[in-house]
Design a protein around this ligand. Structure first.
Ligand code: HEC
Ligand code: HEC
Length: 165
């Protein structure tokens, strides 16, 4: 599919992004990808660039994108591990039961995205968007899940998830 080439420009040939602010989409649960891409096609999620790319695309192509990227392997985000921050993030995630939805290894399932190995700055930005209710088309479930966790703890969470294999 020609449009896959455009996705690769931002998300990486293998779905593992090397661009700051652009998430990796390899090994994301198929249902999460389908939902996100359908809503983006309808202009309810995602960036303007993605909305233009997906506009008018038939469902079978969306399903094919989702199948393709969900079948690719995740390569953890690059960067050194800060042990103190990592352990702090691990403890907050355990205490907050993030794994009850995202799975204990944070690989995601169904409509819950993979957090393990995702880019750190993307995770941080998205959590702030949920907290401040400005994630376009975002699921309010996540704003509720972050309730009670101070924003000052978000960097530890983002660091922990991003360094998980
Ligand atoms: C111009 C760069 C660009 C192009 C081209 C692009 N994307 Fe994106 N994509 C982004 C950015 C930036 C985000 C983060 C937006 C957000 O916060 O929801 C994103 C988010 C996503 C997400 C959500 C990931 C997550 O974990 O929340 C999916 C899925 C996705 N893109 C799939 C695609 C597909 C499939 C294509 C090709 C049809 C594509 N993108 C083309 C830049 C791009
Ligand atoms: C009740 C289930 C549930 C719980 C508990 C939960 N999440 Fe989520 N999370 C979701 C769903 C569903 C999404 C997708 C939301 C969307 O599409 O906007 C999501 C999305 C996310 C994202 C965006 C990732 C991406 O690639 O777009 C982050 C980051 C995240 N969750 C972090 C957390 C953290 C940190 C915790 C624990 C404090 C947590 N989640 C607990 C259901 C949950």
């Amino acid at each position: 599919m020609a449009r896959l080439k455009s996705c690769a420009q931002c998300h990486g040939e293998d779905g593992n992004s090397l661009n700051a602010g652009t998430p990796s989409i390899a090994a994301q649960p198929r249902i999460f990808l389908e939902n996100y891409l359908v809503l983006t096609r309808e202009g309810l999620r995602g960036s303007d660039a993605m909305q233009r790319l997906l506009k008018g695309l038939p469902d079978r192509d969306i399903l094919a994108f989702a199948r393709h990227y969900s079948s690719l392997k995740a390569v953890p985000a690059p960067g050194a591990v800060d042990r103190v921050l990592f352990e702090r993030g691990r403890a907050i995630a355990a205490r907050s039961r993030c794994g009850s939805c995202h799975l204990p290894d944070y690989s995601g399932r169904e409509q819950m995205p993979r957090l393990a190995g995702q880019r750190e700055e993307f995770l941080l930005e998205v959590m702030l968007q949920y907290r401040q209710n400005r994630r376009r088309g975002g699921d309010t479930m996540m704003s509720a899940a972050l309730h009670g966790i101070p924003e000052s703890e978000f960097p530890a969470l983002a660091h922990f998830f991003s360094r998980l294999k």
